[in-house]
Design a protein around this ligand. Structure first.
Ligand code: GLC
Length: 616
């Protein structure tokens, strides 16, 4: 792969625009409608990709081959691409995946800290390098489209997708979002991008109101929606799906001031695709919002890439599918993530064009945008990515950058009596908590599977691995998963690692963000067995811990660090300084959530955006 330059902005070329004109002039309506159709990998046979002229394919969260290896990923993708190339005009399909913190579906790929952690680094250069590495690991598997970055501005951390946001500070979201776009879409000297980035979810997905829910039961039944195995009542008790995909009730001034700037910045940085939010604004589902999708995004902001729906996103517009298809395409959607019943979508769209409910011009505009981005990633010349990159998937070079990101993302919030950094020569050390020794917990949601899973889900190092590799050989480490140590054990220092089990999307919506009882117990148990207690929190958002703070001598927020847990020990033991700063405020109590409630609350939050003790 020729060297790529993240600072080089891709420019549209008249020659390519001419090629697109020529292609469009040759295409039948069926070929055009096929291009607008995106299907998930297990819902279509290879021969149907050519039969229906399919333009887009994807793996949803966990849409993996079995066994899940980079080589098998590459085979899964190329087996569907080959038939696309046999069509009359040989237009390649483009394959997308949620590579939102590395190529995170692929076992063995490096998994970076989630966006909330990257926001804590405030290091645009690092984030851009993460984008470049992610793009390489995607291209190794012939994936040319990463559904990232989320440029959400999460205003209510009860939202399960808060960790996908870089920050509650709009400018920081813009800066980090641009950096990831530049890294993913780094452009070679030949003028082609590595992979397409995707600014999502347009618009104001992070501004929905608690209780304005898309309850799971109310949604269009999606057979692929993995439930977390909880009962309906348990879901209700936790608050699942109470805010995700809900309604943003802000006015247009706030919409433009708080939530639009990251898209403006991403467009200026050349982002090629935008994914539409499930949420609603102005009384309409975003997937039906002609004003925001066409008048604002495409005309006012001049976005000339493609606008893609979310997974079954158009199905939520109206119970009548024909109405949903007509409304979404006429609103300005260019590619539809169907993702299952592509035949029904194709026949419905053909019917709508033949009825005159969707104009030929709108279809041509959508297909032009689709072809435009396919040329941008050199798909016609290089439809199978770059097999030579397979050897780099999960390489030590890539992991070193992830370890750097872990180090820079840690936020030190309390450090009484300079408890940290720790000596490497302690005679003994307590370590408590399952979260200290579990890759799946470190990675969080969108890791190997959609929801993520507890356990040794992929390769990497845990926090405990890092501690063991850092302390002297004379240091005795007492590790207890539940923090229960025998009465005879007492040490100078104990480390309690508290965690929240992995979740994604609405499954992570929570009424109450207080530390759970078992996590509090995990803090109280070791407290009795050590003189100084260092607490490390592995979570995708700040948790209410005001009451427990006095029991801690030091508190480190580690977010969701990904596969390189050893980066935590690098800082705990002083090889690197603490530099991270909070990208979200830390509420003192639930009364200070959401952001608007904090702004009017008589007390300050426990910690402010920008807080973080730096050590030398
Ligand atoms: C999901 C998410 C979106 C993701 C898409 C494909 O429901 O909302 O972020 O890119 O579906 O997996």
């Amino acid at each position: 792969m020729s060297p790529s330059n993240p600072k080089k902005t891709y420019t549209r070329s008249p020659a390519i625009e001419k090629q697109i004109d020529d292609l469009l002039a040759k295409m039948t309506l069926e070929e055009k409608v096929g291009q607008i159709t995106m299907v998930e990998t297990y819902s279509i046979e290879p021969e149907q990709v050519s039969e229906y002229f399919i333009g887009g394919l994807l793996s949803g969260g966990g849409g993996n081959p079995d066994p899940n290896t980079p080589e098998n990923w590459r085979k899964m993708v190329t087996d569907l691409q080959k038939p696309a190339l046999t069509t009359r005009l040989g237009i390649p399909a483009i394959y997308g995946s949620d590579a939102v913190h590395g190529h995170n579906n692929v076992k063995g790929a490096v998994i970076f800290p989630h966006n909330i952690a990257l926001g804590a680094t405030r290091d645009a250069d690092l984030v851009q390098r993460i984008g470049q590495i992610t793009a390489k690991e995607c291209l190794a598997t012939s994936v040319h489209w990463a559904f990232a970055p989320a440029v959400s501005v999460p205003m209510d951390v009860r939202w399960g997708r808060s960790y996908e946001g870089f920050s509650q500070d709009t400018d920081l979201v813009s800066e980090m979002g641009v950096a990831l776009v530049q890294g993913l879409q780094a452009t070679s000297d030949a003028g082609h991008m590595n992979v397409l980035a995707c600014a999502k979810h347009y618009l104001a997905d992070g501004a929905t109101e608690w209780g304005s829910k898309r309850a799971l039961a109310e949604a269009v039944p999606d057979t692929n929606t993995a439930t977390a195995g909880l009962s309906e009542q348990a879901e209700e008790d936790l608050g699942q799906w109470q805010i995700d995909q809900g309604i943003s009730k802000i006015d247009e001034a706030e919409l433009r001031a708080k939530h639009l700037p990251p898209y403006i910045a991403a467009i200026e940085a050349g982002v090629q695709t935008v994914m539409v939010s499930y949420s609603s604004w102005g009384g309409l589902k975003m997937h039906a919002q002609r004003y925001l999708l066409t008048d604002v995004l495409k005309q006012e902001l001049g976005f000339d890439g493609l606008v893609v729906s979310d997974w079954m996103g158009i199905d939520q517009i109206d119970p009548d599918f024909y109405t949903s298809v007509v409304t979404s395409i006429n609103a300005g959607l260019d590619m539809i993530m169907v993702p299952y019943d592509f035949r029904r979508f194709i026949s419905t769209l053909l019917e709508a064009v033949q009825n005159g409910d969707i104009s030929q011009e709108r279809i041509d505009d959508a297909v032009r945008r689709i072809l435009r981005v396919k040329f941008a990633v050199n798909l016609f010349e290089q439809p199978f990515g770059d097999e030579s990159l397979v050897a780099q998937v999960g390489s030590s070079v890539h992991r070193a950058v992830a370890r750097e990101a872990v180090r820079k993302s840690l936020v030190l919030l309390k450090n009484d009596a300079d408890s940290l950094p720790l000596s490497k020569d302690l005679p003994a050390l307590l370590v408590a908590g399952q979260g200290a020794n579990d890759i799946g917990i470190q990675c969080g949601g969108w890791s190997i599977t959609w929801q993520g899973e507890v356990g040794a889900t992929t390769t990497g190092t845990t926090l405990l691995d890092g501690i063991r590799d850092t302390v002297s050989k004379n240091t005795t480490i007492h590790y207890a998963l539940d923090g229960a140590f025998t009465a005879d054990i007492h040490t100078e220092v104990g480390i309690a690692v508290l965690h929240v089990p992995p979740y994604a999307e609405g499954f992570g919506d929570r009424y109450d963000l207080a530390l759970s009882n078992d996590q509090i117990q995990l803090l109280d148990n070791p407290r009795k067995h050590c003189n100084k207690l260092v607490v490390i929190l592995i979570a995708g958002r700040p948790l209410i811990s005001t009451e427990q703070l006095p029991k801690m001598d030091a508190l480190v927020m580690a977010w969701l660090p990904g596969t390189e847990g050893n980066g935590v020990a690098d800082v705990l033991f002083g090889d690197y300084p603490f530099t991270g700063k909070l990208p979200f405020y830390w509420a003192r109590s639930m009364e200070q959530i959401p952001y608007a409630a904090m702004q009017t609350h008589p007390e300050k939050p426990l910690f402010e955006i920008g807080d973080g003790i730096t050590s030398s």
